[in-house]
Unconditional design. Structure first.
Length: 312
C-alpha cells in the first residue's frame, strides 16, 4: 500500500513539475517580449528625464549616452527574434521625439525594418522630417519608403507645411509610382529649391507625371520666377524619368529647352533626335542638330545615323 502511495505521489509530483515546466517554456517567449517592450519604454523615459534630474552630473550623462542605445538595440533584437516587433511601434514613435539623436535615428531604422506594419507611426515620421540631424530625417524617409502607400496621405497633407516642404517632396519621390495621387499637389508653389525637390519627386513617380512637367516648360513666367529656373525645374523631373521622357524632351526643343536632359540620357536619345531632324519645324531641326553634335562627341560611332539636311 505504501509503495502504491509513493508511486502515486511521485507520479503526481512529476506531472505537476512537468506541467509547470511546459507552461514556463510556452510562456517564456511572451515574457521576453513583454520584458523587451518594458525595457524599450524605460530607456525612452530615462532619456526623457535625464537632463531634468542629472543635468549637473557629467558621469550620469556620459553613462546614459554610452549605455541607453545598446540597451534599446538589445530589446529590439529580442522582439525581432520572436516576430513581435510590431508591438514596439507605439514605443518607437515615442523614441522619435527623444532628445537623443542616436535614439531617434535607431527608432526610424527599426520602423523601416518593420515596414508596412509600422503605418501607425507615419504621423510622427512626417514630423521627424523637420529634424536637424541629417541621419535622423533621412532614416525617417527610408522608413516611409518601406511602409509604402500608407505613408502617402499624411505626406500629401504635409506638402502644405512650408517648414519641411522640400524634405516632404523628397519623401514622396522615394515612394515611386505609388505616389501618383500626389502629382497635382507638387510644383504648385514654393521656393526654387522646393520646386526642384518636387520636380525630382515627379521624375521618380514616373511617366504619369511627364505631361505636367512638359506643360511647365511652356508656362509663362509670373511673379518673381525666372524663365531659366522654370525650365530647369521641369527638365530635372523629365531627366530623372530617363528614356520614357524622350518624346516630351524632343517637343521641348521647340521651346529651346530639354537639350541638357537629352544629353544626360545619352545614346538612347539619338534615334528620336535623328527623326526630329526630318521635321518641318525649322527650330526643332536646328535644336536637334545641336544636341546630336554634342552626343556624337561622346558616341562617335553613331555618326552614321545622321540623316541629310531636311529642306527648309
Amino acid at each position: 500500500m505504501n509503495r502504491r502511495r509513493r508511486c502515486l505521489f511521485w507520479f503526481l509530483h512529476a506531472l505537476i513539475i512537468g506541467g509547470v515546466g511546459l507552461a514556463a517554456v510556452s510562456l517564456w517567449p511572451l515574457c521576453r517580449v513583454r520584458l523587451a517592450c518594458h525595457t524599450i519604454e524605460m530607456t525612452i523615459l530615462a532619456e526623457g528625464h535625464k537632463d531634468k534630474r542629472f543635468r549637473d552630473c557629467g558621469y550620469c550623462n556620459s553613462m546614459y549616452a554610452s549605455e541607453i542605445v545598446p540597451i534599446f538595440d538589445q530589446a529590439m533584437d529580442t522582439l525581432f527574434a520572436h516576430d513581435a516587433e510590431e508591438a514596439a511601434v507605439p514605443l518607437l514613435g515615442m523614441a522619435l521625439v527623444s532628445e537623443n539623436s542616436e535614439l531617434r535615428h535607431g527608432a526610424a531604422r527599426y520602423l523601416a525594418r518593420i515596414g508596412p506594419r509600422a503605418k501607425q507611426a507615419v504621423p510622427v515620421l512626417v514630423i521627424t522630417l523637420r529634424d536637424q540631424d541629417r541621419h535622423v530625417f533621412d532614416s525617417a524617409m527610408t522608413a516611409m519608403e518601406h511602409i509604402g502607400a500608407a505613408a502617402l496621405p499624411p505626406l500629401i497633407t504635409a506638402l502644405g507645411d512650408t517648414e519641411s516642404r522640400e524634405r516632404v517632396c523628397e519623401a514622396v519621390g522615394r515612394l515611386g509610382p505609388i505616389a501618383q495621387p500626389a502629382n497635382p499637389h507638387l510644383l504648385d508653389h514654393g521656393t526654387f529649391p522646393e520646386q526642384w525637390a518636387a520636380a525630382e519627386a515627379l521624375g521618380s513617380i514616373g511617366l504619369a507625371a511627364a505631361p505636367g512637367l512638359a506643360r511647365r516648360l511652356g508656362t509663362p513666367v509670373t511673379g518673381n520666377e525666372r524663365l531659366d529656373d522654370v525650365t530647369a525645374v521641369a527638365e530635372v523631373g523629365l531627366r530623372r524619368m530617363g528614356e520614357p521622357a524622350i518624346p516630351y524632351l524632343i517637343d521641348a526643343l521647340r521651346l529651346g529647352a530639354g537639350a541638357d536632359a537629352l544629353c544626360d540620357i545619352g545614346r538612347a536619345a539619338i534615334p528620336a533626335l535623328v527623326e526630329a531632324r526630318k521635321s518641318d519645324d525649322v527650330r526643332l531641326r536646328e535644336e536637334a542638330m545641336k544636341v546630336l553634335q554634342r552626343l556624337y562627341e561622346t558616341y562617335p560611332d553613331e555618326r552614321g545615323s545622321l540623316p541629310p539636311e531636311a529642306p527648309p
